[in-house]
Design a binder for this molecule. Structure first.
Ligand SMILES: NC(=O)c1ccc[n+]([C@@H]2O[C@H](COP(=O)([O-])OP(=O)(O)OC[C@H]3O[C@@H](n4cnc5c(N)ncnc54)[C@H](OP(=O)(O)O)[C@@H]3O)[C@@H](O)[C@H]2O)c1
Length: 316
């Protein structure tokens, strides 16, 4: 029996609603929540059962905190991850790890220098439906993957949202396009070419509507899109010579999931019971820290993701 992992949390953000109950479901302890605002910190600590609250600096200075969870706006991830590494804390950082390859590399170097772990919170990879899809693809059920389609979109018009702020590292590409790039790289490896469009349809100074085609050494192609301009959608389809797999609740999967497998002209639907990917991610982080067991989302994986996003934004 190991002692439960003890967390410090930077920011009273909205995503805490999903992640922090996941820590507790994994049997871990929220030692302290830090906020810029004392009242917000107090109320978040009460809501999520944290032992105490304080400022971001209090979180990093806390001797009983082993790991820090960073759910700040994207543009602040690098600064606070470097400070957390300097304070000797392991780090679970929200996706995208940071909105540029240079910032990701700075975070990775700081963590290596201080001997702490860095994990990117692409929680979807921990959902059991993806174990099923990986097994189906690896066992050759659909033949070699030739085409991967991924879309993640929702309608966003609220100018106060961090996602529409250029200063805070917003944009559809960084917010939801990063999932599409991540899943394409997971199944197909690193692309040789990226041809993309990234449009700012709201004049907000960030891309809000984007699509790209990626070409891989195997001859496979990926068609990716992300948007703040269309109705909600989060779907991945992997097509091989013999069949295809459709994952309709690909990224934020909160209930039972249905994975469609179409082969030889017939379709079967595999139901994967509801699971908490945030709790599974937290448990994986604990195994990494306690036993050195590799995670599905190491911080280093963010660099090639950001390289693809940069190429997509440039158009290719
Ligand atoms: N994995 C997932 O399922 C998932 C889902 C949604 C979002 N995310 C990621 O989580 C991160 C936060 O997203 P969110 O939607 O939770 O954001 P949010 O609700 O706007 O929270 C961001 C928090 O950052 C703090 N902050 C510090 N400086 C700030 C500034 N200048 N402007 C605004 N906030 C500032 C604030 O906390 P205090 O005021 O309390 O300090 C704020 O509550 C992003 O990186 C996002 O990509 C991940």
């Amino acid at each position: 029996m190991t002692t439960p992992l003890r967390w410090g949390v930077l920011g009273a953000s909205r995503i805490n609603r999903r992640t922090l109950p996941g820590f507790r479901a994994a049997g871990q302890v929220i030692a302290i929540i830090g906020s810029r605002d004392r009242e917000r910190a107090r109320s978040a600590a009460a809501e999520y059962g944290a032992e105490r609250f304080g400022t971001y600096e209090d979180v990093l200075a806390a001797p009983d905190v082993e790991a820090v969870y960073i759910s700040l706006p994207n543009s602040l991830h690098a600064e606070w991850a470097v400070r957390a590494a300097e304070a000797g804390k392991h780090i679970l950082c929200e996706k995208p790890l940071a909105p540029s390859t240079a910032e990701c590399e700075r975070m990775i170097a700081a963590c290596a220098r201080h001997g702490v772990q860095l994990v990117e919170a692409f929680m979807y990879r921990y959902h059991p439906q993806w174990r099923l899809v990986r097994d189906l693809v690896e066992s050759g059920t659909i033949g070699g993957p030739r085409l991967l389609r991924a879309t993640f979109s929702f309608l966003l018009r609220d100018r106060a949202n961090i996602r529409l702020s250029p200063e805070l590292g917003g944009g559809a590409l960084q917010d939801v396009g990063c999932y599409c790039v991540n899943v394409a790289r997971w199944f197909l490896g690193e692309p040789t070419q990226v041809r993309g469009f990234a449009l700012d349809l709201q004049g907000a100074g960030v891309d809000t509507h984007a699509a790209a085609v990626l070409d891989f050494p195997s001859g496979a192609l990926a068609m990716l899109s992300c948007s703040f301009e269309t109705a909600s959608q989060q779907i991945v389809e992997i097509v091989g010579e013999r069949g295809r797999i459709v994952v309709p609740l690909a990224f934020v999967a909160l209930g039972d999931c249905r994975v469609h497998v179409i082969e030889g002209g017939t379709e079967r639907v595999e139901t994967v019971p509801a699971a908490d990917p945030y709790a599974l991610q937290a448990a994986a982080m604990e195994r990494l820290i306690r036993a050195g067991e590799p995670v599905l989302t190491p911080g280093a994986d963010a660099v090639p993701t950001q390289a693809v996003i940069a190429a997509w934004r440039q158009g290719g």
